[in-house]
Design a protein around this ligand. Structure first.
Ligand code: ADP
Length: 447
């Protein structure tokens, strides 16, 4: 097992990983920018190293400084959290070259999944259902027209190097297609330095359902069921739940089994998430994230398994701690992402939190790095905490969530808490009847 883990992140996820390390009796080192000197993860870690000024590229994305911090402190492993360097294959390779363990998959697996065309090709080869579309990159208009006519309109053109919901264009007819292809290519080239685009069928009203998987790197794979993350704004997840209100036990076992076998065949190591669009009872692979996800606590709530413990165990060569049959699903869990943002306009609201009071009681978990008197720096994302609620069933979970939201107090800044108080009382949400467009339509109607 590792002696000392360096946590290359900030905010709630740095604290989340720190807690797991403490429970496992592993020493912790955190790195931070000058803007985060007062952050909770810095206060609670055994050691901390300031790695640079506020902008992420000079601190949390500065590979050289992070490797130096490992060498100075003698850390033998790095947990990257999510975001920042968590899906940076070069970072994983550099750590390996320094004999420091990257708590995550191999650089090669990160690379495959970071290239969407390659990821889709790999998924297909592993028996995962994919969205019908082009086999690879499309450059010629003629070819684009043929493929689109084949799969039928509407189609979506996506950047192979895309991410964060950028670089996508929908074409509803052949007349749209030529323009969409050109704009998608030039936008992808400008944004990602790679103008490769591909075409797939555009699904009109899908849900976003993702499967949590784990591999031991030696041919074993398991799944931890799914999460429904259909409630999104600008492709950013807002509310996540497990299990999905749309799936039955048979569908869950089926898609879970497909994903677990794929992970085993790939020889994948550590945590991963296979993301699907789900429509009319069919799953369509869109991408795989090769890291821990923001919304992992809903899976932890319904399985009772600490996924960060598991990541650390697998990375240290200890293998998976359980067999598939030992993973049992109990009850229902919902996560609300609480952002320091205006709940109507979603503009960031940095500043000082004058008062912070979190709800408690059975089935409540709050993951947050903030506290009363904490000043939110303007340089990073606006997530200030996650409220995760568990109940024996979805109805109990929703009642508990409503109660927890009433107790939650954040003063001094604006937060998205009022949005969740609205959502929890909405009949569509109560019935679990929503797709990936539901939230945007709801917000548009409110205006
Ligand atoms: P990114 O890596 O940029 O997040 P994804 O491939 O995960 O890109 O897609 C982001 C979002 O775009 C999806 O959650 C979905 O809302 C939409 N999307 C992607 N592909 C399709 C598709 N074939 N049909 C309909 N919507 C899609």
């Amino acid at each position: 097992m590792f002696q000392k883990i360096l946590i290359a992140n900030r905010g709630e996820i740095a604290l989340r990983v720190l807690r797991a390390c403490k429970e496992l009796g592993i020493q912790t080192v955190v790195v931070h920018s000058t803007a985060d000197a007062d952050a909770m993860h810095v206060r609670l870690a055994d050691e901390s190293v300031c790695i640079g000024p506020p902008p992420s590229r000079d601190s949390y994305l500065n590979i050289h400084q992070i490797v130096a911090a490992c060498e100075i402190t003698g850390a033998d492993a790095v947990h990257p959290g999510y975001g920042f360097l968590s899906e940076n294959a070069k970072f994983a390779d550099i750590l390996a070259a320094h004999n420091i363990t990257f708590i995550g998959p191999s650089g090669d697996h990160i690379r495959i999944m970071g290239d969407k065309i390659e990821a889709k090709r790999t998924a297909k080869r592993l028996g995962i259902p994919v969205v019908p579309g082009s086999d690879g990159a499309v450059t010629e208009e003629k070819e684009a027209r043929r493929i689109a006519a084949d799969i039928g309109y509407p189609v979506i053109i996506k950047a192979s190097a895309g991410g964060g919901g950028r670089g996508m264009k929908v074409a509803r007819s052949e007349a749209d297609l030529v323009v969409a292809l050109q704009t998608a290519r030039s936008e992808a080239g400008a944004a990602f330095g790679d103008d490769a685009v591909y075409i797939e069928k555009y699904l009109e009203k899908p849900r976003h359902i993702e499967v949590q998987v784990f591999g031991d790197g030696a041919g074993r794979g398991v799944h931890f069921g799914e999460r429904d993350c259909s409630l999104q704004r600008r492709h950013q997840k807002v509310w996540e739940e497990a299990p999905s209100p749309a799936l039955n036990a048979e569908e869950r076992a089926h898609i879970g089994g497909v994903c677990a076998r794929a992970i085993a065949d790939l020889g994948y190591s550590g945590a991963g998430t296979i993301e699907f669009l789900y429509e009319n009872g069919e799953f369509y692979f869109i991408e795989m994230n090769t890291r821990l996800q923001v919304e992992h606590p809903v899976t932890e709530a319904i399985t009772g398994i600490d996924l960060v413990h598991e990541q650390i165990r697998v990375a240290s060569g200890g293998g998976l701690s359980m067999r598939q049959e030992e993973i049992r699903f109990q009850g229902h869990a919902i996560e609300c992402r609480i952002n320091a943002e205006d709940p109507r306009t979603f503009t960031p609201s940095p500043g000082t939190i004058t008062h912070f009071h979190t709800p408690g009681g059975l089935g409540i978990r709050v993951d947050s790095g903030v506290y009363s008197g904490y000043k939110i720096p303007p340089y990073y994302d606006s997530l200030i905490g996650k409220l995760i609620v568990h109940g024996r069933n979805r109805v109990e979970c929703m009642m508990r969530l409503r109660r927890a939201l009433d107790e939650f107090v954040v003063d001094g800044i604006k937060t998205t808490l009022p949005l969740f108080r609205d959502l929890v009382g909405n009949p569509d949400i109560a019935n679990g009847e929503y797709d990936i467009h539901w939230l945007e339509n709801y917000l548009a109607d409110e205006d």
